[in-house]
Design a protein. Structure first.
Length: 271
């Protein structure tokens, strides 16, 4: 059974409200806390070089806070939507928290073990409804055919693991290489890897590379009527929850929240 709009909105809002409290650290933050405007001005006033240039100006603090805060907004929207995605999949397919969670361990060059997590999982055998299970497996099959996944490889897949992002503007090779390594590991563990992008913001070169490496990628295109390429068609037609309609219904609340956060970030100091 799906949760209520209020339950799902709380997941997203709790994540993005963190942004309003953002304060820049200037390399001096203590215990993860950023500096207040007063602390910043004292720090820069006491530094002879910065003081000569007048860099203890409140507008510089506001600029740092806005720049770091904007990054925080994108990051926290992504975190909130990742949690929302996992909860919706769990509710819609009647899975447990353990079912929708996936991780694996790697050995670092130092010999230490590290646990890596993906953002969601659907094990086919845990989907109780035959219709839902067949529908999900059918989507996996269609997606694998589009990617030209070897049939023998596909036969050994027991479900899908997901990486969820609000967008993918970066072309950084480090992130791409990590994702491709995750995909390779997913296949060895019997899972089909899928990247879920909530917006339409993904570089075409990155999209091409991921699909070449047998990552299924669905993006935030609306109206495609194709769950193999559209996040919102996938959620509605395969998972069974109209995520686009949820965001549409609650758009005014989300916009008010972001507006308040941006005003707080653009002010030199939050009262």
């Amino acid at each position: 059974m799906n949760g209520t709009d209020d339950e799902y909105m709380k997941i997203v809002l709790d994540a993005i409200r963190v942004c309003a409290r953002y304060k820049p650290k200037f390399g001096q933050g203590v215990k993860g806390e950023g500096l207040t405007l007063e602390q910043f001005r004292n720090l820069y006033r006491e530094d002879a070089f910065y003081s000569w240039f007048g860099l203890n100006n409140p507008m510089l603090y506001a600029a740092h806070k806005a720049a770091g805060g904007m990054t925080s907004v994108y990051r926290q929207i992504g975190i909130g939507c990742e949690k929302l995605f996992r909860r919706v999949v769990k509710d819609s397919l009647e899975l447990s928290e353990e079912d929708v969670t996936w991780s694996y361990r790697v050995t670092l060059p130092s010999g230490r073990k590290r646990t890596l997590y993906l953002d969601g999982r659907v094990p086919l055998e845990k989907i109780g409804s035959r219709d839902k299970r067949d529908r999900f497996h059918g989507w996996m099959n269609d997606s694998a055919k589009m990617l030209e996944v070897d049939h023998k490889v596909f036969e050994n897949l027991t479900g899908t693991v997901f990486e969820v992002r609000q967008g993918y503007k970066s072309k950084g090779s480090k992130r791409q290489n990590a994702d491709i390594a995750n995909a390779a590991t997913a296949y060895t563990k019997g899972y089909f890897p899928c990247a879920v992008i909530l917006s339409g913001q993904i570089d075409n070169d990155v999209l091409f590379r991921y699909r070449t490496e047998k990552w299924s990628v669905v993006t935030g295109v609306v109206g495609a009527a194709n769950p193999v390429i559209s996040t919102y068609d996938f959620m509605k037609d395969v998972i069974g929850y109209d995520l686009a309609a949820f965001f549409e219904r609650n758009s005014s609340t989300l916009q008010r929240e972001i507006d308040a956060i941006l005003k707080a970030l653009l002010a030199p100091e939050t009262k």
